[in-house]
Design a protein around this ligand. Sequence first.
Ligand code: MRU
Length: 353
Amino acid sequence: MLNDHIRFDDDKDTLYLLDQRYLPCREEWFPVTDLRTTIEALQEMVIRGAPAIGVTAAFGCYLCAREVQREHGENEGWEDKLRAKLAELKEARPTAVNLRWGVEEMEKFWAGRPGIGLPSLCTAWLDRAKNMQVEDEEINRRMGANGAALLEDGDKVMTHCNAGALATAGWGTAIGVVYSAVEQGKKISVVANETRPFLQGARLSAYELGKCGVDVTVACDNACALLMKKGLVDKVVVGADRIAANGDVANKIGTYGVALLAKEFGIPFYVAAPASTLDARTPTGDDIPIEERTPREVTHPTNESCIVPDNCKVYNFAFDVTPNELVTAIITDRGVLKPPYTESIARALKRTT
Ligand code: MRU
């Protein structure tokens, strides 16, 4: 189950995504065939989590190319039509930099093959997207091994949102660190913050950790201070949607509060993310665009009855930014980065592995 939620069906020329809106209640597959359905899958959270968004974007580029092929063949101007679709895809969600990264990887691949025809580009892009899916899991396993060294036998690890297998092509980032430590024989238990409003922790982290036999306890987001005070948390490990050049970390709304509490209680606060989440082009957290989502996620938590009075105003910022000084270390596939992050991130980005 750790890498089987993004499936490309060659016969149907369709990407199938395990629909995360319905987990853990039911397992339904969402077919993605073109730009519109790729954007729908991303915006409606059929698939979510920064690395999974990046891999989906790569398949999305291929599906855009196929769409251009269906609509225009190789008639003059197909390149511009394709570029316009890629530009639209890149904007589907603003915070996770892996979306831009996934599309730009495909654009670089195209730029490296000047004069390539549309049919050959389609074939090559599909292969590249499949490779990126495989590579993502390899990257996560390397990150997991780097991070597992920071966890001790018996540790109680708090995580926020879902940065597990479901948020990637496989294994996971923050929860991947837990899986790697467990694989090494360490006994690790996890506190999964429920993560209002989309409940990625309660629904998704608890689902996949439970399926993998890892001891997991779900807690309300507002229990964090009490749990830390009671000694029920030894370490915090979270993922990231974008890490600015100075080490400020955008992650799911509520992460900043967890980091502040971790500091108060002297608990290490680790961020696990692949190099594709490090964004040299964004100087600080203040420059990271924060996605605002529909109030309905807050007002109708299970998409059924409304829990607030009619016409009540709602804030639904999907992410917040944790300042770098609250981050003990950033676990990447290129090693564990320590402050000062401006230097360690720049060095990591220069390395290839
Ligand atoms: O809105 P989401 O579910 O896409 O947000 C995901 C998160 O914030 C995760 O914690 C982050 O992407 C890391 S995923 C490996």
